[in-house]
Design a protein around this ligand. Structure first.
Ligand code: 6GU
Length: 258
């Protein structure tokens, strides 16, 4: 059944793309929840982020299913070991191949995965275009690394994408997986109340967002820019664009280079 779903989705995506429909239209049309399976040694680290706010609501609405799998449950020895010393010597443990492969293959028997993602500091730096791309997929598997990382053979034979969330080192891939999941889920149609709001995010058009204000119009003598109170929407749009460009030039000039 899942395989038939998959073929159906692939064919409809071609048809939609052919007729120039947006991917959001497509997602509305197939109306299937996105499934994200997270493989981790520390599921408790992820329960918090998924139990609140937008990620929680998206699950309640049936727009996304997030399934957590504890890699330790798939350890084969009686001590439930999931790591071992690295060949060749050196400090730090390496996550063993067997428990990880057992769970990946078990899941792959149940459905087809569009991507098997490994969260790692030496992966490709996460950018908005990757989030956009992943938000169009149906089944995603995310593997969180720990210690010195995972046995390289898992990466060679199972991983389709390796992602880092920045040039710094986290204790494990869990927080990075939470970041990645959030960036994907908020793009699914129906997740955000204001459907256009994800499209006007910083980065969606390679620009940072302009400054925003709300009431009161004056606080301790600090005034909201007059133009925003003018009701002149074409001029407001122009002002916002100018500010967005200024801000990008000032803070992230690299965004203009790409
Ligand atoms: Cl994905 N994992 C770890 N452990 N550290 C990171 C990271 C990922 N991205 C940036 N630093």
């Amino acid at each position: 059944m899942d395989y038939i779903d998959y073929i159906f989705i692939k064919i409809s995506l071609w048809v939609f793309t052919f007729y120039g429909c947006s991917h959001r239209d497509f997602r509305m049309f197939v109306n299937l929840p996105v499934r994200i399976d997270i493989l981790t040694l520390l599921p408790e680290l992820l329960n918090g982020p998924f139990a609140a706010s937008i990620l929680h609501r998206a699950q309640e609405k049936g727009l996304v299913e997030i399934h957590m799998h504890n890699i330790r449950d798939y350890a084969t020895d009686k001590h439930k070991n999931v790591d071992d010393y690295q060949y060749g010597g050196g400090a730090g443990m390496v996550m063993s191949i067997e428990p990880i492969v057992t769970i990946i293959e078990k899941l792959q028997k149940e459905r087809t995965y569009d991507e098997v993602i490994y969260m790692t500091p030496d992966g490709t730096l996460l950018e908005q275009n990757t989030c956009n791309d992943l938000s169009l997929k149906k089944n995603l598997m995310i593997l969180c690394g720990h210690y010195k990382g995972i046995d390289e053979r898992v990466r060679e034979h199972f991983i389709t994408r390796e992602i880092s969330i920045g040039s710094y080192v986290l204790s494990g891939g869990e927080l990075a997986a939470a970041v990645l999941t959030d960036t994907i889920v908020r793009l699914l149609p129906g997740v955000l109340n204001d459907e256009t709001s994800a499209l006007t995010d910083s980065f969606q058009d390679k620009l940072l967002s302009p400054p925003v204000y709300t009431r009161p119009p004056e606080f301790r003598g600090w005034k909201v820019p007059k133009i925003l109170l003018s009701g002149n929407f074409p001029e407001i749009e122009k002002w916002r664009e100018k500010k967005a460009i200024e801000r990008t030039q000032e803070r992230r000039p690299d965004l203009f280079d790409e």
